[in-house]
Design a protein around this ligand. Structure first.
Ligand code: SF4
Length: 323
């Protein structure tokens, strides 16, 4: 029997990642056509990783984009020259926006509109007198930005086990919001624990876990159910890639293991000993070329057949931010 690769569809780039990368590329192209700023200034700065993928960041850096952790790494002469500063798809806190304004930086905000929606929910509920329980990953850029909208009213928890440390008096107006890239199943458990402890807690009209996260998790679950091992292409700091690996591991149900790699060079031949069917998917920040590299490497190891397991067709697009 031929050894088989089962590809998940959808996988890879989501609309928010596509938009953020295209934003930087558009600025780089405009700068190449018409050099701006002083001779020593770069064409564009990007605060933090534009998306959580090492290859994407390295590729844009090679084209001239300069990545900074914080705005104070950007020199005053770049601010004076109007060199664009792009905010990443994960969003920023109001403190970062205020700092950019104080410095007179030329900001291009590539925050994904679906992350922006959660920011607006925080503001709306905080103004209406709610305490907000936010399920997210402590320290992740997206969570830092959302909590920063109202630090005194947003209570971050990661797992169901964290619910016990929350304490709200009966009658406290409560709502729960979530990071966009969580595991749908794990979050359901956390929400159940919250509802058991605070039965009056409200939810927003639509889930904050975004369409791309849900679709990729549903697809990888089907793939894992047909596989003896799963490879997820994505970086270690990519929340949705790591969640895909966890969802795949759960769906494999002990029949095999799920692995995460940045690219084909990280594949370990030992993972595929005795494996007849290997599932492959990729996080929302992963270029398809990296998946193609993994598929080619698996084909070299004798996985000659490739089938695709599809769930839904995605047709989400976002317009580029003002620049
Ligand atoms: S994963 Fe979802 S929220 Fe995050 S950038 Fe993509 S579409 Fe936006």
């Amino acid at each position: 029997m031929a050894k088989t690769i089962v590809l998940a569809d959808p996988r890879g780039f989501c609309a928010g990642v596509d938009r953020a990368i295209l934003t930087v590329r558009t600025i780089l192209k405009a700068a190449a056509d018409r050099p701006a700023g002083g001779a020593d200034l770069p064409p564009v700065y990007v605060r933090r990783q534009i998306v959580h993928n090492r290859h994407v960041v390295e590729d844009l850096a090679a084209q001239g984009a300069v990545f900074v952790q914080e705005l104070d790494e950007i020199p005053d002469e770049a601010a004076a020259a109007g060199v664009p500063v792009v905010f990443s798809a994960h969003g920023v806190s109001p403190a970062v926006k205020a700092e950019a304004e104080r410095r007179g930086l030329n900001v291009v905000d590539a925050t994904c509109p679906l992350v922006g929606k959660v920011h607006r929910e925080v503001l709306r509920f905080a103004r209406a007198g709610y305490e907000i329980v936010y399920i997210g990953h402590d320290g992740h850029d997206e969570a830092v930005g959302v909590v920063g909208e109202s630090p005194e009213h947003v209570h971050l928890i990661e797992h169901a086990g964290d619910v016990d440390r929350l304490d709200f008096a009966p009658g406290t107006k409560l709502v729960l919001l979530t990071q966009t890239t969580l595991s749908v199943d794990e979050t359901a458990g956390t929400i159940a624990a919250l509802k058991a402890r605070f039965p009056w807690i409200e939810e927003p009209p639509a889930s904050d876990i975004c369409y791309a996260t849900s679709n990729r998790q549903a697809a990888v679950k089907l793939v894992a159910e047909r596989s003896d091992a799963v490879v997820i292409v994505g970086s270690a700091n990519s929340s949705n890639s790591v969640r895909l690996m966890e969802v795949a591991a759960e769906a494999l149900a002990g029949r095999g293991r799920a692995h995460r790699v940045d690219d084909a060079s990280e594949l370990d031949p030992a993972w595929f000993e005795g494996v007849r069917t290997v599932g492959v998917s990729s996080g929302a920040s992963v270029p398809e070329a990296l998946v193609a590299g993994v598929v080619a490497a698996l084909q070299d190891r004798g996985f000659e057949e490739t089938v695709t397991v599809g769930t839904v067709r995605e047709d989400m697009h976002f317009v580029l931010p003002r620049m």
